[in-house]
Design a protein around this ligand. Sequence first.
Ligand SMILES: Cc1cc2nc3c(=O)[nH]c(=O)nc-3n(C[C@H](O)[C@H](O)[C@H](O)COP(=O)(O)O)c2cc1C
Length: 182
Amino acid sequence: MKFLALYASPHQGRSNSAYLLDVIIDEILKSDENTAAKCDLTKMRIGACINCGVCRRPDRTGCFQKDDMTPIAEAIAEADYIFMASPLYWWNVSAHLKCCIDRFYGIPFDHFKGKTIHLVMTGESKPDNEGYAIVERSLTNVCNYIGARFEGFFAGASTNTIPAWNNDQLIADAKAIGRRFI
Ligand SMILES: Cc1cc2nc3c(=O)[nH]c(=O)nc-3n(C[C@H](O)[C@H](O)[C@H](O)COP(=O)(O)O)c2cc1C
């Protein structure tokens, strides 16, 4: 199976959400049947959607913006599973991920059909913080709209005090998610 991992934290080399997604992907790659492509959205040039309507024209030439969303759209079409990692920012996903999700609008929705989109999200707050519920509700609706299914791993913990790489419970939870695919 083909996995796509999209990273959306500006924390370079010390991202909690990226760390946990890497734990999941490392586990997934224990099966020779699986391959994974990784893209760091924070290092890519992805313009904000401007709702120009070009992607809705009958000739379907796609988004008029020719930037790094083009290879991501191709990777989405090829992937069986899409994983995304983001910190919780102001009760929402990071700006990098939001920009990418807005640009889903310019990708034919049948490229998402039947796929599961997973989000690994870390935050300072505990899992009962409303931020995670807001993100879950929002992305569940986005996924329903494009014909996909949403699944969240909301790793709410005091990441500033105990980073994810020192949190045995979060690491065990991430490994368990990865093991489901091997
Ligand atoms: C701009 C900004 C907004 C944040 N908003 C929240 C928030 O609403 N709730 C929360 O629990 N943590 C919030 N945080 C903390 C981050 O979610 C937390 O540090 C996260 O684990 C970082 O993940 P990362 O290392 O993958 O970037 C915020 C941090 C920043 C910089």
